[in-house]
Design a protein around this ligand. Structure first.
Ligand code: ATP
Ligand code: MG
Length: 308
C-alpha cells in the first residue's frame, strides 16, 4: 500500500545571517502492507511526527520517494495531490488543536464531506450520523461543541472526521496521548475494530511501547531521525537486535533516555559514524568512523548496526 524510500526532511534554523540546516528525518525507508498497522516508536523529538507529516506530504520532504497504492506521490502536482488527499488522512497529536472550538461535532465531521462535494445535504447528515455511531458516540453528541465533550469523546470526533472521506491510509500520531488509561484502551480497541472492518492501513506513531505492542503488526524504532530496527512487532519485542531497541524495550535503571533535540551537538550532522555511537554500551572504533548500513536479519527484520 505504501512504500517510502530514502525519505529526508531538513529544517532550516538559525538567524538570517547564518542559516543552518538540521536533518530531522534521515534517509528512512519502510513499507506498509494493505490493512496493516505499522508502528513508529522512539523518544520525544526523534522525528516521528515529521516522518508522518512528510509521508503524507503535509510538509514537503527534502528528498526521497513515496509510493502510495502504485502512485508516486512525490511527483504529484498540487491539484493531483488534492485529489488523492481524501485517501490519506492524518490524526494529529493534539485533538484540541485539530478541532475548531466554534464547530459542533456534526459540523466538524461534515466539513470534509462538504468540501469533497457530490453529496446532498440530506446525504451528508445521514453519513455524519452513521460516522457518529461508528466511533461509538451518541446522536446527542452531534449538537455539542468540543468544550462540552470529554477528551476521549473529542478524540472519537477526530477519528470520525478522518474516516469521513473513506481513507485507505491513516497516519495516527499519538492518538491516545493525554487520555487516561481506560479511555485510551477504549480508543485503541475502536481503532483495532475499524482496522478490521474497513481494512484500514495505518501508520501508528507513539512513544508508548505497550501501545505499539498491542496495536501494530510491524514496527520501526526511530532514533535521531533514523530507523535503527524494523520488523514484525512480535519479533522485535522477543529479540531486538539493536542496542538502542534493546534499551527501549528493557530499560536499564542507569540509562536516562531523555528528550532528543534536533540541534543538540551529537546529532549525526557532520559526524561520520553511527547515530547511536555516543550512547552505545558496545560501541567499537568502527562505529565512530563509519555509518552502518541496514542489515537484513531475515526477510522482514532489519537492523542498522555494525555489531549484529
Ligand atoms: N518546523 C520545524 N522547524 C525546525 N525544527 C523542527 C520543526 N518541526 C520539528 N522540528 C524539530 O525536529 C525534531 C523532531 O520533531 P518531531 O515533532 O518530529 O518529533 P517527535 O518524535 O514527533 O516528538 P514527540 O514524541 O515529542 O512528539 C525536534 O527536535 C523538533 O524540534
Ligand atoms: Mg510528535
Amino acid at each position: 500500500m505504501l512504500e517510502v524510500i530514502n525519505l529526508d526532511k531538513c529544517f532550516s534554523s538559525g538567524g538570517m545571517m547564518k542559516k543552518k540546516y538540521i536533518k530531522v528525518v534521515d534517509r528512512i525507508s519502510f513499507q506498509i502492507g494493505r490493512g496493516e498497522t505499522f508502528g513508529l516508536v522512539g523518544e520525544s523529538g526523534c522525528g516521528k511526527t515529521t516522518a508522518g507529516k512528510s509521508t503524507l506530504r503535509l510538509i514537503e520532504p527534502t528528498s526521497g520517494k513515496i509510493v502510495f497504492d502504485g502512485i508516486d506521490v512525490t511527483k504529484l502536482k498540487t491539484k493531483e495531490m488534492r485529489k488523492l488527499r481524501p485517501r490519506m488522512q492524518m490524526i494529529f497529536q493534539d485533538p484540541d488543536a485539530s478541532l475548531d472550538p466554534r464547530m459542533k461535532t456534526e459540523r466538524s465531521i461534515a466539513e470534509p464531506l462538504r468540501l469533497r462535494g457530490g453529496l446532498s445535504k440530506r446525504e451528508i447528515e445521514e453519513r455524519v450520523m452513521e460516522l457518529i455511531e461508528t466511533v461509538g458516540l451518541n446522536p446527542e453528541h452531534a449538537h455539542r461543541y468540543p468544550y462540552q465533550m470529554s477528551g476521549g469523546q473529542n478524540q472519537r470526533v477526530v477519528l470520525a472526521r478522518a474516516l469521513a472521506s473513506n481513507p485507505d491510509f491513516i497516519v495516527a500520531d499519538e492518538p491516545t496521548s493525554g487520555l487516561d488509561v481506560s479511555v485510551q484502551a477504549q480508543i485503541l480497541k475502536l481503532m483495532n475494530e475499524l482496522k478490521r472492518d474497513l481494512n484500514l492501513t495505518t501508520m501508528f506513531i507513539t512513544h508508548d511501547l505497550e501501545v505499539v505492542k498491542h496495536m501494530s503488526d510491524r514496527m520501526a524504532v526511530m532514533y535521531r531521525g533514523k530507523i535503527l530496527e524494523m520488523g514484525e512487532t512480535e519479533n522485535i519485542f522477543n529479540c531486538a537486535r539493536h542496542p538502542y531497541a534493546q534499551l527501549l524495550i528493557e530499560p536499564q535503571p542507569s540509562e536516562d533516555l531523555g528528550v532528543q533535540d534536533a540541534e543538540s551537538e551529537n546529532r549525526n550532522g557532520d559526524r561520520p559514524g553511527c547515530v547511536f555511537y555516543p550512547r552505545c554500551p558496545f560501541a567499537e572504533k568502527n562505529c565512530m568512523e563509519k555509518e552502518p548500513e541496514m542489515i537484513k536479519m531475515n526477510r522482514d527484520h532489519q537492523v542498522l548496526c555494525h555489531l549484529v
